[in-house]
Design a protein around this ligand. Structure first.
Ligand code: GDP
Ligand code: MG
Length: 601
């Protein structure tokens, strides 16, 4: 297809504002998917995505759409819809998807208005000079307030509120008009057809049968089947075994030219060989310069993952090796814990990424896992000038420290103006610094903060939601590091350090953490034949103390003689629990106690 007839666009929307439903409707209206083959959320292919209703991996689909030109003759356009992931952890992937488009549909729920996530992605799209088509969705809902929100959106993107399209992804109302608008408002791609090929990778997905399927947007030149290609970040060359478009299944073509969007297959087995953001070029006629904007994925949050049953360790290792094929951002290395046994320290892009990986491990590999409280990466400079990178709090160095640096983020919070005070108070307790504040309308305000990432990974979002009755939304992006007064708090059981509970916290919060953790363990650890002190300490200084009194708990005493089978069950349970006892010093601790202490807030 010549570039004049191509339109590449994405849909920017907050989770639940109806992106998948609208995409489904477009596929149906353009005839790409027949109504009877339509299953809900056609594009959300991964099971977890479907169940949670979120989009994790972007996909691209090509749709035909005819629109009359000035003379009235219908022109056969091809629209490439690039589905962007919708969560803060995947900002980099979003930015690459946006870079593959000339236009963006800004989709806003007409009953909710715009949210922080949408706003952040909208700014990203504007920075990339994309044409923005503002659209209010779900106008079929009785609670929809299209007039009110049209004004808000027009205020943000410029233009007349009357030009904001109103659609229903559910009923299909307004969707053909939206497709027409995409053809009219989104610029056709431009590029140099005769130049060496430059195609940007905006997604790569591991497929069991085909190996890695790489999604690309061609900027210049042409890629053809069977030729050799080069990945410009690594200079690795591969044979192009297959190239084509998704419509909506993979359909091989004779190549992809300027402005086209599609997939390619080289037979590599690991997404790390086909990196998002990288530039693909021809091996026999390589481009001099790559397209720019490429980053290595950088894990921001770390957590220890341990199998509850120690004999599952090899299964966990194999499972991580498999997941890694499909997830370039996943990093891990073996680690051992006195409390939890053999496991891995795993790095993630953020909390959702952590949750997704954990859930996939449990679901697809049938593993029962325990994970330690997530922590960020610290950079510690010692008095003698040595610099250490700490990804596990229990490895935080003792001795003379000159400076500790922690990652910070730039956060955007959108909230009704009634909650400004509540939001400010929360951000204050989380060591936030207000950068600025803007009213989107008299009722809604956008607040921008710098916050330590560590304060966000610890239940910030839940707190924000509860303090604003669910009305606030949050988005954040990495914003470098800052020096902070951080200390390590250790938890000691009878004088022995319990490694899984060490935490790095701001010095003003050390006491609260120590009291909370010691209290929790006192509740959870059964009494022993001797008294067991639980201490929280910063270095050699004890900051909190609890004691487990010495009484042996008689399990059978509870049964009052009566029911024999119940007694037997209890004994068996106790035996099983014993098997999974961990010994810290002289203290026997059932693993359940650790799990419980780590899992609740
Ligand atoms: P996504 O998270 O942005 O992909 O949103 P979905 O497409 O999964 O939609 C979220 C919820 O909104 C689902 O329950 C949809 O059925 C519902 N929904 C989506 N579009 C419409 C619409 O136009 N009208 C109504 N009434 N509901 C919609
Ligand atoms: Mg979706």
């Amino acid at each position: 297809t010549p570039p004049e007839l191509l339109r590449n666009f994405c849909i920017i929307a907050h989770i639940d504002h109806g992106k998948s439903t609208l995409a489904d409707r477009m596929l149906q209206l353009t005839g790409v998917v027949e109504a009877r083959a339509m299953r809900e959320q056609y594009l959300d292919r991964m099971d977890i995505e479907r169940e949670r209703g979120i989009t994790i991996k972007s996909q691209a689909v090509r749709m035909p759409w005819a629109l009359a030109d000035e003379s009235g003759a219908p022109q056969p356009y091809a629209l490439n819809m690039i589905d962007t992931p919708g969560h803060v952890d995947f900002t980099y992937e979003v930015s690459r998807s946006l870079a593959a488009c000339e236009g963006a549909v800004l989709l806003v729920d007409a009953a909710q208005g715009i949210e922080a996530q949408t706003l952040a992605n909208l700014y990203l799209a504007m920075e990339n000079d994309l044409a923005i088509i503002p659209v209010l969705n779900k106008i079929d809902l009785p609670a929809a307030q299209p007039e009110r929100y049209a004004e808000e959106i027009a205020g943000l993107v410029g233009g007349d509120p009357a030009d904001v399209l109103k659609v229903s992804g559910k009923t299909g109302e307004g969707v053909p008009a939206l497709l027409d608008r995409i053809v009219r408002d989104v610029p056709a791609p431009t590029g140099e057809a005769d130049a060496p090929a430059r195609a940007m990778i905006f997604d790569s997905v591991y497929d069991t049968y085909r190996g890695v399927v790489t999604y690309v947007r061609v900027v210049d030149g042409n890629l053809s089947p069977r030729e050799r290609i080069v990945m410009m970040s690594t200079r690795a060359t591969h044979e192009l075994l297959e190239i084509g478009v998704i419509a909506p299944e993979a359909t091989p073509t004779k190549g992809l030219g300027v402005g086209e969007v599609g997939y390619l297959i080289t037979g590599v087995k690991d997404v790390r060989q086909s990196k998002v953001g990288d530039t693909v070029t021809n091996a026999n006629k390589p481009a001099a310069e790559s397209l720019g904007g490429y980053h290595e994925p950088k894990p921001m949050v770390f957590s220890g993952l341990y199998p509850i049953d120690g004999s599952d360790y090899p299964v966990l290792r194999d499972a991580l090796d498999k997941l890694k094929l499909n997830d370039a951002a996943l990093v891990y290395e073996p680690e051992t814990s006195v409390a939890l046994g053999f496991g891995f320290r795993v790095g993630f892009l953020g909390l959702l990424h952590l949750e997704i990986v954990r859930e996939r491990l449990e679901r697809e590999f049938d593993l029962a896992l325990i994970s330690t409280a997530p922590n960020v990466v610290y950079e510690v400079t010692m008095e003698d000038g040595a610099v250490l990178t700490v990804t596990n709090p229990s490895e935080f160095p003792g001795g003379k420290i000159r400076e500790v640096r922690e990652p910070v983020v730039k956060a955007t919070i959108l909230a009704p103006s009634d909650y400004i005070g509540a939001v400010m108070e929360l951000c204050q307790t989380r060591r936030g610094e207000l950068l600025g504040m803007d009213y989107l309308s008299p009722e809604r305000v956008e607040m921008r903060y710098t916050l330590p990432l560590a304060e966000i990974v610890f239940d910030f979002f839940d707190q924000l939601k509860s303090k604003t009755k669910g009305y606030a939304s949050l988005d954040y992006e990495p914003a470098g590091e800052q020096a902070s007064a951080l200390v390590k708090v250790d938890i000691l059981l009878q004088g022995e350090q319990v490694d899984a509970f060490s935490a790095i916290v701001h010095k003003d919060k050390a006491y609260a953490y120590g009291v909370m953790m010691a209290g929790k363990l006192r509740e959870l650890i059964p009494r022993q034949q001797f008294e067991v002190p639980i201490q929280a300490a910063v270095g050699s200084r004890v900051i909190a103390r609890e004691t487990i009194r010495a009484i042996r708990k008689d399990v059978l005493a509870k049964c009052y003689g009566g029911d024999i089978s119940r007694k037997r069950k209890l004994l068996e349970k106790q035996k099983e629990g014993k098997k999974r006892m961990k010994t810290i010093g002289r203290v026997d601790v059932p693993q359940e106690a650790f799990i419980a202490a780590l899992s609740s807030e």
